[in-house]
Each structure stands twice: as C-alpha cells, then as structure tokens.
Design a protein around this ligand. Structure first.
Ligand SMILES: [Fe+2]
Length: 241
C-alpha cells in the first residue's frame, strides 16, 4: 500500500517529534503492508505551522530517507505538504514554497474544520483553473460536509479528488465522520484512504484495519483502487479518472 497523507517528518508540526518517532512510525507502516509514504507536514497555517519549502525542510526529508535506507526499513518516502488553504496558497504553490505530492499535479489540501462551503468550492476551483488536481484531505471531518449529503459530490464536480482517513471508519474522529466516511465509500466518491498518522502510538500509520474494513464491507477491488492504484498514479503523476 501507499500512504499519501502522513505526518512522519520529524520536528516540524504536531506529528513525529524526532527521528526515533519517525523510524518507529515507518517500521509500523511496513509491518502492516505499506511500502511508500508521502511526508505531508501541515503548512501555510498562519500562527501555527508555516513550513514553507526551504533548504532546512529538504534536509530534514533527506535525513529521514537516509536513516530509513541505512536501517533497511523498506519504506520509500516522497515529499509533500498538507496545504491549509489560507490566503495566498496559490501564489505560494506557484513559487514552490508549497509543494504538491511528489511534485505532481496533485496537491493535498485541507480546510478549516468550520470552513464555509462556498469558500471551499471557490478555493478548489481556483486550484483547478491553474491546472492542479487537488486532493481534499478527510472531508468527513468538515462541518459543511457533515451538514450536506451532496457536498462531496460538489467538491468532485469542482474538480477535487477525495481522501478519507483510515481512522474514520472505526470512529476515531467521532460518530458523524464515521457515518459520513462510510456514506462516501458507499457512493463510490472516495479516491484514496490514507492514515493522516501523527504518531506511532495513536493515529498511527497502520492502514491494515481500514483496508480490511473496505474489503469486507465493499470489495477487494475497491480497496485496491483506494490504497494502491490511485496512490501509485500520484507517485508517477499519472491521470486519475
Ligand atoms: Fe494531516
């Protein structure tokens, strides 16, 4: 499996605190069937996490990749950002201060949990009009999605792809996100399931239970698309239909 959303980069946000945490997260991911991960630190969040691309950030990623290689962990780590869509996200993307997943056409994006629906659609359209194909992280956690059963369909019509969190199915984020995530799966409106892992202890990078959930409740083929095929297309910047 390939995990397109993971806070495995150490010391930059509320995810991994240091290289030891990152190593343990990587080992846990590999033990449970993950072969590649995108390091997607929070960024462009005013007053919290800026994390604009810099030599320092690139050196951190290199240090993580080097350590995993030296210890033969068997995990490939690609660059990325979880881009908070605060103002000037587009200019910052164009200047490469914010990066897409493995520098593909696919930026991973997040909103405020109480984002106005109209603002969310407008921001997605702004990205699409510039040739990006935004992947909306965990829509099941946003109020406007939980309040409107058609919201995910609208996001998709604006040109977005949809990434569910693996923890949502088991209720890690509460009942509403669990129900919404299952509905999104039922209507086949999801494109990815990813861990959004922050630690090796809770919200971990273990995708195996979520994979099993999709296989048992939907189908193996659907799980394959969500956990392997579409994430693989992001790595190669291939088109996702
Ligand atoms: Fe995240």
């Amino acid at each position: 499996m390939v995990d397109i959303h993971c806070h495995i980069l150490h010391g930059v946000d509320d995810g991994s605190g240091n290289l030891t945490d990152s190593l343990e997260m990587a080992q846990l991911a590999v033990q449970n069937g993950t072969k590649a991960i995108f390091a997607t630190p929070h960024c462009n969040m005013p007053h919290y996490f800026e994390n604009f691309m810099s030599t320092e950030l690139e050196q951190r990623l290199s240090a993580l990749q080097k350590m995993l290689g030296e210890r033969n962990v068997g995990l490939t780590v690609y660059c990325g950002h979880e881009i908070y869509l605060a103002e000037s996200f587009l200019q910052r993307l164009k200047k490469s201060e914010l990066v897409t997943l493995n520098r593909s056409r696919y930026p991973l994006v997040e909103f405020d949990f109480y984002e106005q629906a109209s603002d969310a659609y407008r921001k997605i359209e702004m990205l699409v009009s510039e040739g990006y194909v935004p992947i909306v992280a965990h829509p099941e956690r946003y109020a406007f999605v939980n309040e409107d059963e058609y919201a995910v369909g609208k996001l998709r019509r604006c040109g977005a792809l949809i990434q569910l969190n693996s923890g949502s199915f088991s209720g890690s984020f509460g009942r509403k996100p669990a129900v919404t995530a299952e509905n999104i799966l039922y209507h086949q409106l999801a494109d990815f399931v990813a861990s959004d892992a922050h630690s090796q202890y809770s919200r971990t990078p273990d995708l195996s239970q979520a994979h099993e959930f999709v296989c048992e409740n939907f189908s193996y083929d659907y799980a394959n698309v969500l956990f392997r095929i579409n994430p693989g297309k992001v790595i190669n910047d291939d088109e996702i239909r």
